[in-house]
Write a new protein. Structure first.
Length: 233
């Protein structure tokens, strides 16, 4: 087989993997937005669909990994192409974790539907969800376009998401201090906000993989985290 044929076959196989990644990213984005909508509307059926949909996200990661393993075994990619394949697998892993966070959000939505609503909370959660979904969308766009500038912009926006999360935490803390009856729902809402904030971290990881893919090196400086709550689930 000629070199041209080998390269063409590799490119075709890589396009398949990239298409699967984009499909996976679309499912994750939808899951996050629908989970936030389910919380806002107290829609247990929609939350249940989000939880059930996580299986499709997991299946796509398995499919991507199997396809990439086959590509590595059969095509023997050179250094640059190998970096591309490894980047695809790492992006898929970040998307799978983001899907898990959307599923966790939906699980708590079912619990919160049985509790007294906290004024303004669902709106704050939806704004945070929209911000991280936009980060994820832009990170995937940066990957397709090999756009380092856009990837760096996504990475910088993680600080804004952290600050939004901190503000939401303070909002919940105020509710709990003013009315002890809100402690239960506010704790659930806090962990929902934390799950969404983590999706911002996963989007940032995707952006960092783009930078690695294009430049051959991960970003040199650690990105600062601005979670001042000191709380983890």
């Amino acid at each position: 087989m000629s070199t041209a044929h080998i390269l063409t076959a590799f490119d075709r196989d890589l396009e398949v993997a990239q298409a699967l990644v984009m499909r996976m990213g679309g499912l994750v984005e939808t899951a996050l937005l629908e989970a936030a909508e389910a919380l806002d509307r107290r829609d247990e059926d929609l939350a249940a669909r989000v939880r059930a949909g996580d299986a499709a996200i997991d299946a796509l990661e398995d499919q991507i990994n199997a396809h990439c393993a086959e590509l590595l075994a059969l095509r023997g990619p050179t250094a640059g192409d190998l970096r591309t394949v490894l980047t695809v697998m790492k992006i898929a892993a970040a998307l799978e974790r983001a899907g898990d966070d959307a599923k966790k959000l939906a699980k708590r939505t079912a619990v919160l539907a049985q509790m007294t609503p906290v004024p303004g909370a669902s709106g704050s959660i939806r704004r945070l969800a929209k911000a991280v979904v936009q980060m994820l969308t832009d990170a995937l766009d940066a990957y397709i376009r090999r756009d380092v500038k856009l990837a760096e912009d996504v990475r910088a926006r993680d600080r804004d998401v952290d600050q939004m999360y901190n503000s939401i935490f303070r909002e919940f803390l105020t509710h709990m201090m003013e009315d002890p009856r809100t402690i239960g729902p506010c704790m659930h809402l806090h962990f929902i906000a934390k799950n969404i904030e983590r999706v911002g971290d996963h989007a940032t990881s995707v952006a960092e993989q783009v930078i690695y893919l294009v430049t051959g090196a991960m970003p040199g400086e650690d990105r600062p985290k601005f979670d001042t709550t000191g709380l983890e689930e």
